[in-house]
Design a protein around this ligand. Structure first.
Ligand code: AHR
Length: 495
């Protein structure tokens, strides 16, 4: 039997927050240094120290929000070390990530300049684990206070007259682990205390994000919502797709067989259960869904590429990663009444990256292409979808063969994103579009697929996996029929 899907083009279910397409860039490995920041004197073409090729590629994604400086790094970061003349900036050891020297050349001014260049919202994560309330409070004052004050005056001395607009501020990161190994009760109290001094100056209104649970630690969410829910705007959640075991071996990014493909798909679909269960707890304390679920770290996490620094988390990226990204977005869309932001880990050269660099060379990964293809959903109206999907079976286990979501933008265009998770079989699909007259000449599509499951882009062959036009579409009596190849991500546009 063919897969069948009914899309109600006249039944909007709310807006897909564009921040679902957010990013995360940490001082980790070659993400910030080399990947984004090369400094003004670099031989690599740059604008005020930011490499041009990466900047242009990111602009094309319409990155809505960028989280920085960590991650685990955030709870060891002291912002005052990263301002003022570069030659005077303190050098420190990045103890979490490879024990390398951090020269603090990329600090608050550079990050906020990058956000201006990308036209995206900054999302800064403050230090609870090893920082003081005063330090956090003064950082916000430094960035956002427009009057006379020690911090605002210091900012002016450092060349920035007007304050920045800063909306998103995280009060700590993974405080159950690298951010202080705290119990939820203790962190909830600290959150209450620290957030008190994260002030709104002038018109700047901060959206405060509390450090949330790891994977299925539902007790963390319960305790935080119960004891501090009314003092937060968002609560985070971290979940990585790891085919193997975090400590014993996560699995290779490139060298894998069908069993690892299947388990990767299964584990990425697990995101839906996590959102549902954490969301149910949040509903108990916040039935109006005022507090956003902020999934500020997600993506694949594999073993590092052989021969690279284990602390740098550098991994390649295949068509499997593209499927993981597509599946996640379809899940996030479905839960966009609660999920207000997500941030892929991470933007360049780390974990499930959009972009990989080597010296002055840059390549776009299959994941990049999914972000680019799916950007049409940003701030669009989510449409109701009813589907009857066949099983994708492997070794006696079953998953849905196809993942789908749909939206309508302000121009009235309908976009449907489809992922065929099956590594071997095509997926035939009938789409019944209700409340919309479908004209065959106005249905177009793009597809990202590959001949083999570990196909990826390299510096020698940068365009092996890239989107092309999708023509396997027929229209009959307002029904759109498509034939999805195995391992494919498709976005249809119906005008
Ligand atoms: O993204 C890499 C690391 O994963 C982050 O620093 C940390 O928050 C998480 O454990």
């Amino acid at each position: 039997m063919k897969n069948s899907i009914v899309i109600n083009a006249d039944l909007g279910k709310g807006t897909i927050n564009k921040n679902i397409y957010g990013h995360f860039a940490e001082h980790l490995g070659r993400c910030i240094y080399e990947g984004i920041w090369v400094g003004k004197d670099s031989h690599i073409q740059n604008t005020k120290g930011i490499r041009n090729d990466v900047l242009e590629a990111l602009k094309n994604l319409h990155v809505p929000v960028l989280r920085w400086p960590g991650g685990c790094f955030a709870d060891e970061y002291h912002w005052k070390d990263g301002i003022g003349p570069k030659e005077n900036r303190k050098r420190m050891v990045n103890t979490h990530w490879g024990g390398v020297v951090e020269n603090n050349h990329f600090g608050t001014h550079e990050f906020l300049m990058l956000c201006e260049m990308l036209d995206c919202e900054p999302y800064i994560c403050g230090n609870v684990g090893s920082g003081t309330v005063q330090e956090m409070s003064e950082w916000v004052e430094y960035m956002t206070f427009e009057g006379e004050s020690p911090m605002a005056n210091w900012r002016r001395e450092n060349g920035k007259e007007e304050p920045w607009d800063l909306k998103y501020f995280g009060v700590g990161n993974e405080n159950w682990g690298c951010g202080g190994n705290m119990r939820p009760e203790y962190y909830a109290d600290l959150y209450r205390r620290y957030q008190t001094y994260v002030r709104n100056y002038g018109d700047n209104k901060i959206y405060k994000i509390a450090g949330g649970a790891n994977v299925d630690d539902y007790n963390w969410t319960e305790v935080l919502m119960k004891n501090a829910g009314w003092l937060m705007d968002g609560l985070s959640l971290h979940y990585y797709t790891i085919p193997g075991d975090f400590w014993l071996g996560k699995g290779s990014a490139l060298d894998f067989q069908v069993d690892e493909w299947f388990i990767t798909m299964k584990k990425s679909l697990h995101m839906e259960e996590l959102i549902t269960k954490h969301g149910t707890i949040m509903d108990k304390y916040d039935p109006e869904k005022r507090v956003g679920m902020i999934i500020d770290e997600w993506g694949t996490w594999f073993d590092v590429e052989p021969g690279t620094n284990p602390g740098f988390l550098y991994q390649q990226n295949t068509i499997r990663d593209a499927l993981v990204a597509g599946v996640h977005f379809n899940i996030f869309h479905k839960h966009s009444d609660r999920v207000q932001m997500t941030n892929i880990a991470q933007t360049v050269n780390v974990l499930q990256a959009m972009i990989l660099t080597e010296g002055d060379k840059m390549i776009l990964t299959p994941t990049y292409h999914v972000f680019e293809m799916f950007k049409v959903h940003q701030d669009a109206q989510l449409l109701t979808v009813d589907s009857n999907i066949n099983d994708y079976e492997y070794n006696g286990e079953k998953l849905p063969q196809v993942s789908v979501s749909a939206s309508k933008n302000t121009e009235g265009k309908v976009h449907i994103s489809l992922c065929n998770l099956d590594h071997k079989n095509e997926a035939g699909l009938d789409l019944d579009i209700r409340g919309f007259i479908v004209n065959e000449t106005r249905v177009t599509g793009r597809i990202l697929t590959a001949g083999s499951m570990n196909d990826h882009n390299t510096f020698e062959e940068p365009e092996k996996v890239k989107p092309v036009d999708f023509n396997q579409v027929t229209v009959l009596e307002n029904k759109v029929s498509v034939q999805l190849p195995p391992m494919s991500v498709v976005v249809l546009t119906i005008e």
